[in-house]
Design a binder for this molecule. Sequence first.
Ligand code: HEC
Length: 150
Amino acid sequence: MTASKWPGIVAVALLSGCDKPPAPSPFQAVANVKQLMAGVLEPAADLYWDAVGTVDDQSGSKAHAPATPEEWTAVRNSAYVIAESGNLLLMGNRLRDQGDWLRMSQALVVAGRHALAAAESRNTTAVFDAGAEVYDACTKCHAVYVNNTK
Ligand code: HEC
């Protein structure tokens, strides 16, 4: 190689470093935040919250809990949806900012993880407590980002 070739090689290296377009995003967000809430997160959270609790009827107050392996699997699966929805809230233009939104979406992932562990333990008290933590993650974000004046 002759010395006269070096400037060209350096120029090509610089160009390829500076002008490379950003890698295209590998995913395509399909639902907006509102659609994700109504179509994905809310149904999963409702299933989780309804899984354990007490029902009042004429004969008094009765505790209820999942009774079959299939019912426990459904509760566990709803916890996966809750946890992963926190990640979905961080993708593409659903990510509103790097501050509260980021933090509160991550808090939903954490609450969802706890909900998952509780469902896997099949401990109704743990499911009840994790449900409260999930609820807290929802309401904290809504307090900041949802217009409550209507
Ligand atoms: C990181 C923020 C964030 C978290 C966490 C969050 N939400 Fe939301 N949610 C929003 C925003 C923002 C809206 C308003 C969307 C709009 O109207 O464009 C919303 C709206 C909703 C709506 C109304 C949807 C509609 O059709 O009008 C429901 C239901 C809902 N959320 C349920 C939940 C539940 C259940 C959880 C927790 C399991 C949760 N959200 C957690 C940000 C969040």
